[in-house]
Each structure stands twice: as C-alpha cells, then as structure tokens.
Design a protein around this ligand. Sequence first.
Ligand code: FES
Ligand code: FES
Length: 158
Amino acid sequence: MRMTFTLNGRSRTLDAPPLARLLDILRGPLGLTGTKEGCGEGECGSCTVLLDGVPVNACLVVAGQCDGRTVLTVEGLASMNALSDLQEAFVKEGGAQCGICTPGILMAAHALLAANPQPGEGEIRESIAGNICRCTGYQRIVESIRHAAKEQAAREPG
Ligand code: FES
Ligand code: FES
C-alpha cells in the first residue's frame, strides 16, 4: 500500500505492506533508529512513539493504521540540533544509563507533559508504567521528568 503520514512534522509517502510494523518502517526505509526494539510484542515500551499524540508501541502498530495520521519519534523531540528541555533534564538528572529504554520513556513523558504540564509523582509513574527499565530503578527517570516539568513551569508561568 501507499501510505502518506506526517512524521516528525514532515509529510512522508512510502510504499509498505499494509501489515508491516511501524517499528520496521521507521528503523528500515526511514532510517530512524532512535526507536528501539526490545521485546517485539508490546511488553517493554522501548519502541514507544506518539500516534496522533498518543503513546503507542510501534511493534504493535502496522502501516495500514498510520495512513493519514501523525507520528512523532524521539528524533522529532530535538529542534535545530538542540535537545528538548525534557531530553536536557534526563542528561542533568541522570535519567538514562544504557539508554535502550530512554527513547520510549522520553516519548511517554513528552505526551504526559503535553497533557498535564505539572504532574504529580504518581502521574509520572503511571505515564511510564508501560516502559520497562532494567538499569535505573526508575527514581532518576521520575526526577528527570519532574525537573522538566519545573523548567516548563518556570518558562511559562501561570
Ligand atoms: S519492542 Fe515494542 S513493546 Fe517491546
Ligand atoms: S537505562 Fe538501561 S534499560 Fe533503562
């Protein structure tokens, strides 16, 4: 099938089998290897991207579901080669270790902060409940997201 969708702010058209996984389309023909494959079966969250602003597992989404829609991957968070505030917060707070889970967690957190700019700790933990991290014990991740929320509030008071 021919699919046209908006990827990281740009319209893209490509031919793909309708049941091709979005994860494979991103990492293969589109060359966006920031989205990681962990389990490949919807359990780990490492492949999380936003589909129309909602976190989804790219290993469970197929090409036919993306036509006409909007996809945001971790490559779309930075602008003009500068990291986003959320990414900077992960650097400052040590929210990443091996980094395999990090792109997926960034996308889940990005969706959270877009919907709820000042989340409580419970809301932060709930937003990343589908993302498994084997390295950090999660506390530094939670601190990173909290730090990004504070920066956001300081920049956009009221
Ligand atoms: S690779 Fe998609 S959820 Fe694990
Ligand atoms: S930083 Fe290694 S799995 Fe999360």
